[in-house]
Design a binder for this molecule. Structure first.
Ligand code: TYD
Length: 243
């Protein structure tokens, strides 16, 4: 499905840099966020790493409702509004204040996940998604979005392997979250939708091959972000948002 072209109104937020990581399941975003944060801290930058849904106490409370599947029976519209409510709290409580202090904010998923998961594969109409996005981000648009691209089958295999290694007691079924349980075809559609977003907004979005070696991906990500860094190192303590 083609990206349906959401219009963005960006406001300037302090001297910070807002970077988001997007992509399907099992793409290795968390590892790469850690590696990028370490590399930027080594360069003297103040870095805040955070995630969605969640990242602020209010949004973390909503996260459980969304990922457990508790909201699923009330429909995709309800889920989309809850993602937006969580995002609004996260933006105003955590992201905007950090950017105003000059930090580099790295967020695991943001508005593009809602465009793809609720908009494209949830079949919600564009004006609805657009309205929620406008209210939730309130002008705080990422300066840079890295899209981790991976065949869906490979991503899901990684998720299952990770879950079985980390969580499932011997002999028991692996517990996947509400979104991980969906069909392979849905995951492939999401991959295409992320690529469409990147094609429609090449200034903000950069696609990286998530099947490459972790060290190569880390180098590619740093090469994208480093030229965008503001001149000064930013103030305030180095921090990680509530998770
Ligand atoms: P999580 O375990 O945090 O994710 P990840 O896949 O990034 O390791 O789960 C977040 C799930 O929520 C993921 O399946 C994508 C979904 N999601 C949406 O459907 N819409 C959104 O706006 C966001 C932020 C996430």
């Amino acid at each position: 499905m083609r990206d349906r072209g959401i219009r963005e109104t960006r406001v300037s937020v302090g001297n910070g840099l807002f970077v988001t990581f997007e992509g399907g399941e099992g793409a290795g975003k968390s590892t790469q966020i850690r590696l990028l944060a370490d590399a930027l801290r080594e360069r003297g930058r103040t870095v805040l790493t955070t995630r969605e849904p969640g990242g602020s106490p209010g949004a973390e409370a909503v996260r459980h409702v969304l990922l457990s599947g508790a909201a699923q029976e009330f429909g995709v519209r309800m889920e989309a509004i809850l993602f937006a409510a969580a995002r609004s709290d996260h933006v105003e409580e955590i992201i905007r204040p950090a950017l105003l202090k000059g930090a580099v904010v790295i967020c695991d998923r943001f508005m593009d996940s809602s465009r793809v998961y609720q908009g494209v594969t949830g079949n919600l109409e564009l004006p609805f998604i657009e309205a929620l996005e406008r209210v939730a981000v309130n002008g705080v648009i990422p300066d840079c979005t890295i899209i981790f691209d991976l065949p869906a089958s490979l991503g899901l295999e990684r998720v299952r392997r990770r879950a079985s290694a980390a969580e499932a007691p011997a002999g028991q079924e692996v517990e996947l979250d509400r979104f991980e349980k969906e069909e392979l075809e849905t995951h492939e559609k999401r991959r295409e939708a992320f690529l469409d977003i990147a094609a429609a907004d090449p200034k903000r979005c950069h696609v990286v091959d998530a099947s490459a070696a972790a060290s190569d991906i880390a180098a590619a990500v740093l090469a994208i972000v480093e030229p965008l860094l503001p001149r000064s190192g930013g103030g305030g303590p180095d921090t990680e948002a509530a998770q």
